[in-house]
Design a protein around this ligand. Structure first.
Ligand code: FBP
Length: 326
């Protein structure tokens, strides 16, 4: 098998999808974040980094040591990058402007460690990222970050599991790279990923059933009792959005995080979880909505805005819509 490296793919992206040299450098830094975080996760158990810090973040969630470490790694890697103007992170209340990035043309939205609840059970986790071009000049402001996902120039994720993978699109096909830890290099292993139709699992936290409205309960029951267009299908739930989405991307099916009667916006964040994965899913031939509209068409009003998420095979997302609204 020809072993294309990430760098070689960047140059292909540049040629095919007018990804400028700056974007390739940004993606290269994302791969550095992935390599550094993979190493931190692997040794966390040896250095007492599996637990909590005793603090809570802007999401009012208990913060784990690795949440802080992963956010710090993102800041370190991009701190001295002149083409990056600023970062919006799940772990930071406000946008973070980069000292060297006054004239930078890119913005990074990131969930540094998605699924961090899996830290102490050696479960899957991930880093989710989106890259935007600034729409203004001068010092970046919050308004620069509040862009719809249709403006994304690149997006993807790093998956930390039995292997470490980087999956992204720079506007063209979705390509998956696997880290060869022995030499610290990502190699192309999953070229031009396309999400299968008519097969695969459904993925939702069914323990939340009592919190959903009646239509949502009935819709999920249709999947559970195998009465959907695909008939027999398994339930799978990794407890980490990146892990559940990656399986859905490769095997087909759907991941759902519905809104709840008391929390209609649901749990997952638009800017640095739902929109980047929706970008990847659509580039692979799938669909992603909030149960009504395309995730990518939603312009965020707030940095940490949440939306329900239905993401996966186009036919499954369409079936969810008809079960919820017809
Ligand atoms: P964070 O870990 O970054 O907060 O992400 C939220 C998340 O952990 C997703 O990765 C996962 O899919 C979901 O929450 C699980 O939520 P729940 O435990 O309510 O099913």
């Amino acid at each position: 098998m020809t072993r294309h490296t990430l760098s070689e793919q960047f140059f292909r992206d540049q040629a095919q999808h007018s990804a400028s040299g700056g974007l390739s450098s940004v993606l290269n830094r994302i791969s550095l974040v992935g390599r550094m975080l993979a190493a931190e996760i692997m040794r966390a158990g040896f250095v007492g980094k599996l637990g909590y810090t005793g603090t809570t973040n802007v999401q009012d969630e208990n913060v784990r040591a690795l949440d802080v470490i992963s956010n710090d790694i993102v800041l370190q890697v991009f701190e001295s990058m002149p083409m990056m103007a600023g970062i919006a992170s799940e772990e930071m209340e406000d946008i973070h402007l980069l000292p060297e990035g006054e004239n930078g043309k890119y913005l990074l939205t990131v969930d540094p460690l998605d699924g961090s609840g899996n830290v102490d059970v050696a479960g899957q986790m991930g880093t989710i990222f989106g890259i935007y071009r600034r729409q203004s000049s001068g010092k970046a402001t919050l308004a620069d970050f509040l862009q719809a996902g249709t403006n994304l120039v690149a997006a993807g994720y790093v998956l930390y599991g039995p292997c470490t993978m980087l999956v992204y699109s720079a506007g063209g096909p979705v390509n998956g790279f696997t880290l060869d830890r022995s030499i610290g290099t990502f190699f192309l292993t999953h070229p031009n990923l396309r999400i299968p139709e008519g097969e695969g699992s459904y993925s939702v936290n069914e323990a939340n059933e009592g919190k959903w409205d009646a239509r949502t309960q009935a819709m999920v029951r249709t999947f559970r009792t195998q009465q959907t267009r695909c008939g027999k299908r398994s339930a799978r739930y990794a407890g980490a959005l990146v892990g559940d989405f990656h399986r859905t991307l490769l095997k087909g099916g759907i991941y759902m995080y519905p809104g709840e009667a008391k929390k209609p916006e649901g749990k997952l964040r638009l800017l640095y979880e739902n929109a980047p994965l929706a970008f990847v899913c659509e580039k692979a031939g799938g669909a992603a909505t909030d149960g009504k509209q395309r995730i990518l068409a939603i312009t965020p009003q707030k940095l940490h805005q949440r939306t329900p998420l239905y993401i996966g095979s186009k036919g499954d997302v369409e079936e969810v819509h008809s079960l919820l609204h017809d």
